[in-house]
Design a protein around this ligand. Structure first.
Ligand SMILES: Cc1ncc(C[n+]2csc(CCOP(=O)(O)OP(=O)(O)O)c2C)c(N)n1
Length: 616
């Protein structure tokens, strides 16, 4: 079994009601919290202590099962929990104190919610009597996170702690995964209570449907074998259900083409001949076009995000829609489904394989030959590519592509948000699930370094690279200190184009090249002081990284590219940061401009594909 094949499935975590003798012990609420975390199998917690959560930190010190990693900012703790969860398939855990500690977790919680990542955030709350009085460091974190958590709890009775922790982990990991927040009043942590384990979960209304309806499966299989131009439109739900093997069987059985969304990258090998690439705003021409011209959108664990559909009313105009999702609220949300299927993607796929085989046995088999002739033509004519950099300069795409080639498909790659994220999704060849971590739904700058840190904590033997932008890196690089001090030797490739590149790209295309506030390495000057000269490095990422105990390297010339990547690969006792100075005018192509139809896709500036046929 490979490292990644061993990734637990969604919902696999030590059961709260595992068989064994009932434990009943008197202890504080804080001790009960740590015992509960041990009992659900949490092995790593990322956090920062403070007044309200302080009682929990005392017994945490004695735990031999739960390792606490002291981050430098709670946002880092939240993204680290997310990175840990995405890399391992287990629930990630972060912890913070009340008020500002808790509100610093809001961004990563929202991020995990958008990307359906199972994390449990534990926050201290002011003492129960002080709640609602504007007490020192009080914030209504349950109220604040209500719309961005799958569920949240305010605990004021210490006896509830074991049950709430068991439920929180269960809710986070099952059904459509997501973040759960547990806010515990300080006096509940301090009070004496009885720790009982196992506990009975009390969730009468929570029963995610995982087993799909047989009739719907049969209908879907019929549509698939009768279609002329089907596409398997695969989203993050397939990855989360660990259903890559079943997806591959269905794809190869039917011969249908596959597109994987930004959140599904890795669940189907990029090298597979049936893979058309990623759909969406910066998707490949074959993937975007196949969705436009398909007669059957066979949707598995994807959610018709606006970045995928472009202008919704012109998306896939002649397609029937099969939509399978674990979350019934997703079905029909943006696009009505002809065949809705509620269920876990792995079970859906397993049943579909049987149903399609039954159709074949009855003599019904789809013929996609003509479709493939056209798809192959698009693949040949419009492959992903990029223009070379001006003589002597580094091209950002080449840097990223080379990292992927030299480091290989077994490593984990975490991206920030911006051009570098899109190039990483395009030019690194992903072959395995859980090797691509990114902030897809929220687009959270600053995600890469802490997410990579969390992934490294969960998978210490796997090389973990953060592909970051110079803007993103300046948001969360302080977690390099955490990495150094906790023996989490991640690699960070800063794709340094001196600007907020993705925003600059939009200014180039849509704002007449007026670069308002996107240049990072110089300011406007002030009080008669000249701005720093062009090329000044403020901050100097090499020095900054070294100050945090990492090895700082810089690469400015194409001829040094391979050597510097190899040098970084050989350093495993400390984090490594490589400051790649790349040219600033590179743009991400293909592109479907926001709010326009996918039919308007450009594979280069001003250049639209010519399909030269009736479907053009
Ligand atoms: C927290 C946050 N603030 C602002 C944005 C808007 N935004 C999207 S991409 C981007 C630029 C990112 O710059 P950089 O990290 O240098 O990456 P590049 O695009 O240059 O590769 C900005 C500001 C965002 N996505 N997230």
């Amino acid at each position: 079994m490979t490292e990644h094949a061993a990734t637990p499935r969604r919902g696999d975590h030590p059961a709260a009601h595992a068989p064994g003798p009932q434990t009943t012990e008197t202890m504080t609420g804080a001790q009960s919290l740590i015992r509960s975390l041990e009992a659900v199998g949490a092995d790593t917690v990322f956090g920062i202590p403070g007044g309200a959560i302080l009682p929990a930190y005392d017994p945490l010190m004695d735990s031999t099962k739960v390792r606490h990693i002291l981050v430098r900012h709670e946002q880092g703790a939240g993204h680290a929990a997310t990175g840990y969860a995405q890399a391992t398939g287990r629930v990630g855990v972060c912890m913070a104190t009340s008020g500002p500690g808790a509100t610093n977790l809001v961004t990563p919680i929202a991020d995990a919610y958008m990307d359906s990542v199972p994390i449990v955030a534990i926050t201290g709350q002011v003492a129960s009597k002080a709640i609602g009085t504007d007490a020192f460091q009080e914030a209504d974190i349950c109220g604040i996170t209500m719309p961005i958590t799958k569920h949240n709890y305010l605990v004021t009775d210490p006896a509830e702690i074991p049950r709430v922790i068991a439920e929180a982990f269960h809710i986070a990991a099952t059904g459509r995964p997501g973040p759960v927040l547990v806010d515990i009043a300080k006096d509940a942590l301090q009070a004496q209570t009885v720790f009982r384990w196992p506990v009975e979960a009390a969730l009468p209304g929570y029963r995610p449907v995982t087993k799909p309806h047989a009739k719907q499966i049969r209908e879907a299989a019929k549509l698939l074998v009768n279609a002329k131009r089907p596409v398997l439109y695969v989203g993050g739900g397939v990855l989360k259900a660990n259903a890559g093997a079943e997806l591959r069987i269905l794809a190869e059985l039917t011969g249908a083409p596959v597109v994987t969304t930004l959140m599904a990258i890795g669940v189907f090998p990029d090298s597979h001949p049936q893979h058309l690439g990623m759909p969406g705003m910066h998707g490949s021409v074959p993937a975007v076009t196949a969705l436009q011209k398909t007669d059957l959108l066979f949707t598995l664990g994807a959610r018709f995000d606006d970045r995928v559909t472009g202008k919704l009313d012109s998306f896939a105009p002649s397609a029937k829609v099969v939509h399978a999702d674990i979350d019934p609220a997703e079905i029909g949300k943006n696009r009505p489904a002809d065949v809705p299927i509620v269920g876990d993607a792995r079970e859906v796929l397993a049943d579909l394989i049987v149903a399609v085989q039954a159709e074949f046995d009855a003599g019904h088999r789809g013929d996609y030959t003509e479709w493939w002739t056209r798809l192959n033509e698009w693949k040949k004519t419009y492959p992903l590519g990029y223009e070379p950099a001006p003589e002597g300069q580094l091209s950002p795409q080449q840097v990223i592509e080379r990292i992927g080639q030299l480091v290989g498909p077994d490593a984990i790659y975490a991206a920030g948000v911006g051009q570098h994220q899109m190039w990483a999704s395009q030019f690194i060849q992903f072959e395995k699930p859980a090797t691509w971590l990114n902030s897809g739904g929220a687009g959270t700058m600053g995600y890469a370094v802490p997410a990579a840190m969390g992934a490294k904590a969960g998978k210490p033997d796997v090389p973990v690279w953060a592909i970051d932008g110079d803007g993103c890196f300046q948001m969360t690089n302080q977690e390099l200190t955490t990495c150094t001090l906790n023996n989490l030797p991640i690699k960070v490739a800063v794709i340094n184009n001196g600007s907020l590149g993705m925003v600059r790209q939009w200014q180039t295309l849509f704002y007449n090249q007026r670069y308002s506030n996107t240049v990072l390495h110089s300011g406007p000057g002030h009080d008669g002081v000249e701005p720093p000269a062009q090329g000044t490095r403020i901050p100097d990422f090499v020095l900054l990284s070294e100050a945090m105990g990492a090895v700082g390297l810089r690469c400015e010339r194409p001829e040094d590219l391979d050597d510097v990547i190899k040098q970084a690969m050989e350093i495993n006792d400390r984090p490594v940061v490589i400051d790649f100075i790349v040219h600033q005018d590179a743009m991400v192509w293909p592109m479907v401009a926001a709010g326009t139809s996918n039919d308007e896709i450009q594979f280069a500036r001003g250049a639209r594909p010519d399909f030269g046929d009736d479907l053009d």
